[in-house]
Ligand binder design. Structure first.
Ligand code: ARG
Length: 461
């Protein structure tokens, strides 16, 4: 029998029941639902809306339900419409009339708005902890490779020399911004909606701020219609998660390239790669391909939420029940991806020699060669042109700037001296890029220590 059976002459059709039911996916909020109900009951007691006796019974009953759900002694009823109905019905079955008083001055509309906030607030902490771990992993690996020269790319063409440490720290910066976005989403989410009722508040003299305090909210929602029908916080979080996934996907794409025979910059640990059922030689970076693939799915979750909301008149509409599967999927997916990418990154083998070899080809020190002439007084445009001619000459002779004889240099420009070879050494090129944010080892070390400090600051907040 439904809790709302009074108005109805018939039981709902089984197909309607199944169609309407959300318990299969909202059951995961049981702890938050119970936590919210305990705070609500406490507030009802403090404001004299229910008796101390009833409140005590309710809180005790809810604690029992929580314990039994966690021990497995109590199972979710798949026929319950949602987690809210399930807990209330179970409470009433256990404690009778007092249980029926719990829902005083509350609607499932403000209840669900509360539960999702409580649930996602906890999830944000878990995601942020993983993002921090990934950032720390990047710092650890980068620290070992502040001197590991590799080609930096634009247009996927070798461009200028950088180090592997510098490259990794670019992802470190992304993770830092991701943490910031998560924290902002959490802050904006941390508003307590109970008291909005079904849509128009309530006539009971609630102490909403007490409920908010009991549940650790910073403030209470300021408009009852908005309180029950706002899902911005789901969209904010889905957007923050989408950006994390986009970052992980870019990293994954690079790992996929680096694993290929064309690059061979890294080798994944056997425990983090997969084989082929037919080609015995294959070692595939499936994990990173899956992360790249799942990114699309998370973008889909964000689109689901945005589209779900765009045509809804105020206030609550049942469409909004669709919020949960989308945001839960985004949360689950990003956690799964981070949990896997961290040990994969920790265990991958970096093939420094191959990075160095790749850096030695492709004339990535050409800019530095031009800069050499600039330092001897030539305008940059002229130096650029001369260096371009030198590169063409090297290509014609199948040689490199490092190996081209000084006589040939001099033929194009008399400003060249023996010290040009030192100036275009890849290590010189990297070490000289001492600009703030640049790839010189000292600057990357600074980046690493500053990022670590910022990560530590996040742990405290
Ligand atoms: N299961 C519902 C949801 O997730 C709870 C709110 C139901 N409210 C209602 N008026 N039917 O949105």
């Amino acid at each position: 029998m439904k809790l709302w059976a009074g108005r109805f002459a018939k039981e709902a059709d089984q197909r309607v029941n199944d169609f309407n039911s959300s318990i299969s996916f909202d059951a995961r909020m049981y702890k938050q639902d119970i936590q919210g109900s305990m705070a609500h009951a406490t507030m009802l007691r403090e404001t004299g809306i229910i008796t101390h006796e009833d409140a005590r019974e309710i809180v005790k009953g809810l604690k029992g339900i929580l314990a039994d759900l966690e021990s497995g002694a109590l199972a979710f009823d798949p026929d319950a419409e949602d987690i809210h109905m399930f807990v209330e019905a179970e409470l009433t079955a256990r404690i009778g009339d007092a249980g029926k008083r719990l829902h005083t001055a509350r609607s499932r509309n403000d209840q669900v708005a509360l539960d999702i906030r409580l649930y996602l607030r906890d999830q944000i902490d878990e995601i942020a902890a993983l993002v921090k771990q990934f950032a720390a992993t990047l710092c650890d690996l980068a620290e070992q490779h502040v001197d590991t020269v590799m080609p930096g790319y634009t247009h996927l063409q070798r461009a200028q020399p950088i180090t592997f440490g510098h490259h990794l720290m670019a992802y470190g910066q992304m993770m830092l911004r991701d943490l910031d976005r998560l924290q902002a989403a959490k802050q904006r989410m941390n508003v307590m909606p109970l008291g909005s009722g079904a849509l128009a508040g309530t006539t009971y003299p609630l102490d909403r701020r007490l409920t908010a305090r009991l549940l650790g909210f910073d403030s209470v929602s300021q408009n009852s219609l908005d309180g029950v029908s706002d899902r911005d916080f789901c969209i904010d979080l889905a957007a923050a998660i989408s950006t994390i996934m986009m970052h992980l996907s870019r990293f994954s794409e690079e790992v996929i390239l680096w694993c290929s025979w064309e690059f061979k910059f890294i080798e994944l640990d056997d425990a983090f790669a997969t084989g082929s059922s037919i080609m015995p030689q294959k070692k595939n970076p499936d994990i990173t391909e899956l992360i790249r693939g799942k990114t699309g799915r998370v973008y889909g979750d964000l689109m689901t939420l945005l589209t779900m909301m765009k045509g809804l008149p105020l206030a609550y509409n049942k469409d909004m029940q669709e919020d949960k599967e989308a945001i839960f999927d985004a949360v689950d997916t990003v956690k799964l991806c981070l949990t896997t990418v961290i040990p994969m990154t920790q265990t991958m083998r970096v093939l420094k020699e191959n990075m160095r070899l790749a850096a030695a080809k492709g004339f990535i020190n050409a800019t530095d060669c031009a800069d050499y002439l600039v330092k001897r007084g030539l305008p940059f445009r002229d130096a650029y042109k001369i260096t371009g001619q030198l590169v063409a000459l090297c290509m014609e002779k199948s040689t490199t700037l490092e190996e081209l004889p000084l006589s040939q240099y001099r033929q194009l420009c008399g400003l060249f001296d023996e010290d040009v070879y030192a100036a275009i050494r890849l290590e010189t090129c990297v070490n000289g890029r001492m600009v703030e944010g640049g790839p010189a080892p000292a600057m990357v070390e600074k980046q690493i220590s500053e990022l670590r400090e910022k990560l530590a600051a996040y742990s405290q907040s």
